[in-house]
Design a protein around this ligand. Sequence first.
Ligand code: HEM
Length: 448
Amino acid sequence: MALPPGPREPAIVQLVQFTQRPLEWLDDCARRYGDPFTSHFPGLGAFVLASSPALIKEIFTGDADVLHAGKANAMLEPFVGKHSVLLLDGAPHLRQRRLLSPPMRGERMQAYASLIGEITRAELARMPVGEPFSLHEHMQSITLEVILRAVFGLEEGAHMRSLRSLLLAMLEPPPAIMAFIPVRYLDFPLSPYRTFVKRRAAVTRSLREVIRARRAALAAGGEPGTDILSLLLTARDEVGAPMTEDELCDELVTMLVAGHETTATALSWAFACLLEHRHVAERLRAEIAGEEDPAALAGVEYLDLVVKETLRLRPVIPDVVRKTQRPVTFAGHELPAGVSLTPCIHLAHRRPESWPDPDRFDPERFRGAKLDPYAWFPFGGGIRRCIGMAFAMYEMKIVLGTILPRVELRLAKPGTVPVVRRTITLAPKHGTRVIIEGRRRDAARRVA
Ligand code: HEM
């Protein structure tokens, strides 16, 4: 069995390249070895990376019993827990997805519009004027708050404050390379991993209290809220069974881990792209001028184009993985079991055949265009496509559309914002450092 060609450096060198200079390394490999190519990472085996729409389609529509995403995500177990949808395959995965998906569908989003607008305006008021600061930290505060309130259904108060600080402690990012090192090498007395496990346990205890209190309120005849936890508590699978407390707990952490940092990073990228391209920012301001209602903001077409183009040019996650459970034929190669078939989002999003002048930030390319799910897939694809896609894009539009018209904003350092890796995400260097030069007069009143 012959794998497609690829770099011959030792696996550890390949891993260091992939974590330290991800885009340059991926571009370089694609140029030298073509599509697909094979790379090796220590302890993780062979990865076959693909980028053409035909190959991506083959993977995303392939037999889900043979191409397992849950197995490929096994490293996430300490974070998300063994019941997480991210770790499951086959029938258990489908059951969990069916339970989780309805509250996350596009048509439900309107329920969260004013909440997202309100959280964004409060955070905007906390941003300093006239001095450089990292936008990313503020985007993290917004996306965490949105998850605590729209997903977990918490109200401001002592409980929410304590859960917020427990979650922030748990989410402290470890060095990027640790995301690729199997747990058995990290688990020793006084290791940062052990500290993390303790923090995760504290989060679990706190979440169990939230779930029990909400269940008790429902049992006592209380009205379910519009938050996602309330909807999950009333969800039933095909045999009429509700989700267990363990499942609910792991899925809440999953949504937090999968949805908080990713959306914050995508927002930081959107601001970086807009501030690098002032004419696009000005056009966007003009298109949303005077629009106050958050739900209507989410309907502004140009905002939609800007969000899609940001996710194309600066995808937050560079690739997704499906692990072969038995030998398969792929692109004319006989691949053994245990290979990680890897649709590479970064490379697919820069193919000139799909995206003319691919390095250019141009929201117009999406106007009237039918989205090809095998050429544009910042949220992955097939039966594993991100459950939070509609939610994340909706949130991004409201946050961008609320902040942009209210402030005069510029990059602290003009030029292109470089890409750096933060654990598994690709983030703007220094979290997009900006300066607010002033609050817009009419908007300042609204912020106050
Ligand atoms: C811009 C923000 C986001 C990006 C870029 C993103 C990206 C992704 C990607 C690439 C995957 C893997 C898909 C695959 O393997 O094909 C994924 C899965 C997932 N995401 Fe997101 N995501 C974002 C926001 C969210 C949010 C807000 C939530 C929930 C509140 C969420 C929940 C999930 C879940 C539960 C899965 C697992 C789906 C499964 O395994 O079936 N994500 N996301």
